[in-house]
Design a binder for this molecule. Structure first.
Ligand code: GDP
Ligand code: MG
Length: 635
């Protein structure tokens, strides 16, 4: 274990995490140069195209400090640009090969829980900061999480190739800031370029030198169990043949094929199908041992059984102790907080949508999926997400990877209602009962990091987004604004408006805080006396009239005229709070003869039309086409 190093890269989005990983893969010869392409570990098309990491694959690299490039297969003493450096290294065991495991930390707050699991699987991290962008909110929030997890952090400034002069004043200043954040001297902050590879080898050496070898949880003694095996699941993915494959960090014992295991949280018992490492493609191995990072293929097909943060246990039978008590700390059930209903744009696409969601769910157990039904849009699914980005990514993947075109409702957060002392969670406005005592809304703690000259711009958003309890503190050269706000405000338009108010200089991170009693009401929309399903929404009472007005006005310009007049009404508990009208379509009565026509015939026709209208009205069906509905739910 002395020659194992487990680490992650912590960075704000776009600061160069994936590109740096590319260089590490190259230097260690993990991926042959001719097979190398940019952002190698970003395996999804969407990631490659948008250039954001949704999930970066974990990877196991081998590095020999004295030989430089070294790898199981590509070891090559001659072709070795690093050899020249070895004299400078202060590494113990520099004559042996080190195993370096790099695992991912998805940068965005939506995935904060997964980040926390990843951080618990490693001992160290590179805090990577873009030289042109400086420290940003995700840098800071991930830094704080990493510190809380007890990781050894190495500071590095990336993209230095963008500065002609390596002694540039701005670079030196940023180096000081990063040093200050980490509580180290500026000279200990590494200057690198993931693009050119400059400084990357020194950084690699620093990982070996500074990050401690794996810590091992030692519970054998406490529980008096010999041959105990424990591994933390920090990620999982699905394989058609091997079922759900758990990415794990082994803390105790060793795992092999055919070993009987039990998953602590769900109590599921299976025999291991295969174990192995990430190279970065999964590669089978004889065993994975304590301190190591690798995978355990479970053969399980049901995603609800293998959960991120859970512990894989190997306990000799019969159990003398409840497996749950042996679980590694920190597990919690991922709770979806934003719900959206998806319907196929074309009803024929339902199966496609279903298949797409099922497939995505196999690799993303945090998605919560249940069947749903809407009178206009037909059969669909209500899907729960960890946040707005999670929703957006999923919708985009459905369309790209499964060609499933969907109409989705407004994202709704989860409300808690209290009724006669009983609690109930409402994930869809239509589900709100008529009577209840209280309604509670979810709150988040938000941290907004912004250059001080933009502080006022952020404060100007305070009322609009119901931001409260705001405090500021200086973090190096920026202001860290900490506040509380309702999650519903965060998922509305907050990110866009913050961006435009601060010219893109502000960044934020958030975490779920709690539910709080709120003055929130549900607005239903009616056309000609009929409720429009899927269009109901919750609003804070203070802004409900404005929002209701906006909606009826939108209905007025969007809905086509009918044979009869249509009243457009927004109601709260049956009480109208906004109204517009669409007059009836006038039907040409035609030409009834040269002299103004036969009056009785004309009257008859009128009568007939009137009856027709009444009949239509009595039937009460205003058919709203899916295209129209889609228009209505646009921002
Ligand atoms: P990530 O979101 O942290 O994974 O960032 P990426 O690795 O995807 O990089 C974001 C963008 O910065 C991409 O366009 C990269 O090509 C670019 N980039 C990354 N590292 C460097 C670097 O060292 N120098 C320069 N000039 N660009 C870089
Ligand atoms: Mg990336």
């Amino acid at each position: 274990m002395e020659t194992i190093r487990n680490f992650c890269i912590i960075a704000h989005i776009d600061h160069g995490k994936s590109t740096l990983a590319d260089r590490l893969l190259e230097i260690t010869g993990t991926v042959e140069s001719r097979r190398m392409h940019a952002q190698y570990l970003d395996q999804l098309d969407l990631e490659q195209e948008r250039g954001i990491t949704i999930k970066m694959a974990p990877v196991r690299m081998a590095y020999h400090p004295e030989l430089g490039i070294s790898n199981f297969e590509f070891r090559n003493k001659e072709n070795n640009p690093a050899a020249a450096q070895n004299s400078k290294l202060k590494i113990k065991n520099s004559g042996s090969e080190y195993i370096l495991n790099l695992i991912d930390t998805p940068g965005h707050s939506d995935f904060a829980y997964e980040v926390s699991r990843s951080l618990n699987a490693v001992e160290g991290g590179i805090l990577l900061v873009d030289a042109t962008q400086g420290i940003q909110a995700q840098t800071l929030s991930n830094f704080r999480a990493a510190k809380a997890a007890g990781l050894t952090l190495i500071g590095a400034i990336n993209k230095i190739d963008l500065f002609k002069d390596r002694n540039d004043h701005a670079l030196a200043e940023l180096r000081k800031e990063v040093a200050e954040l980490l509580g180290i001297g500026p000279e200990d902050v590494f200057m690198v370029s993931g693009k050119t590879g400059e400084g990357v080898e020194q950084l690699l050496s620093a990982i070996i030198e500074k990050v401690p070898p794996p810590k091992v949880a030692n519970s054998n003694f406490k529980f008096q169990i010999s041959n105990l095996g424990r591994a933390l699941i920090f990620d999982s993915f699905y394989d058609d043949h091997k079922g759900i494959v758990a990415s794990v960090r082994v803390f105790e014992g060793a795992f092999e094929r055919e070993d009987p295991i039990v998953l602590a949280a769900t109590g599921t018992e299976v025999k291991i199908k295969e174990v192995g490492y990430f190279s970065p493609q999964p590669k089978a191995a004889q065993s994975i041992k304590k301190g190591e990072i690798g995978y355990i293929a479970t053969g399980i097909k049901d995603t609800s059984k293998v959960k991120i943060g859970d512990t894989v246990l190997m306990i000799p039978k019969p159990y003398t102790i409840d497996p749950q008590t042996l679980a590694l700390p920190g597990y919690r059930e991922p709770n979806p907080v934003v719900f959206v209903s998806f319907y196929p744009e074309d009803a024929d696409d339902y199966e496609n949508l279903k298949r797409g969601l099922e497939k995505l769910h196999l690799n993303d157990s945090s998605l919560h999926i249940e069947p749903d039904q809407n009178e206009i849009l037909g059969r669909g699914f209500k899907v729960g997400f960890l946040g707005k980005l999670h929703f957006e990514i999923t919708a985009e993947r459905l369309e790209r990877e499964f060609d499933a075109r969907v109409v989705s409702t407004f994202p709704s957060v989860v409300y808690k209602i209290v009724n006669k002392g009983k609690e109930e969670f409402i994930t869809k406005p239509e589900d709100l009962p008529n009577e209840y005592d209280e309604i509670w809304e979810p709150l988040v703690r938000i941290n907004i990091l912004v250059p001080s000259n933009y502080l006022a711009s952020v404060l100007s958003l305070q009322n609009k987004f119901r931001i409260e309890d705001l405090t500021t503190k200086t973090v190096v050269n920026s202001i860290d604004i900490e506040a509380i706000m309702p999650l519903s405000e965060l998922v509305s338009d907050f990110d866009d408006q913050l961006k435009s108010a601060t010219s893109g200089y502000a960044s934020f991170s958030y975490e779920f805080l709690d539910y709080r009693k709120a003055d929130v009401v549900k607005v239903d929309n009616f056309v000609a006396g009929e409720i429009i399903p899927g269009l109901s929404r919750f609003f804070p009472r203070e802004s409900v009239e404005r929002e209701a007005r906006k909606m009826v006005e939108k209905l007025k310009i969007t809905l086509p005229k009918q044979q009869f007049p249509q009243a457009l009404q927004a109601k709260i508990s049956g009480k109208v709070i906004a109204r517009e009208d669409i007059p009836a379509m006038r039907k040409e009565l035609g030409n009834f003869g040269k002299n103004g026509g036969d009056r009785t015939r004309k009257m008859k026709l009128w009568q007939k039309q009137k009856r027709g209208k009444e009949k239509l009205k009595a039937m009460g069906k205003v058919r709203i086409a899916p295209e129209v509905f889609k228009e209505l739910i646009k921002k």
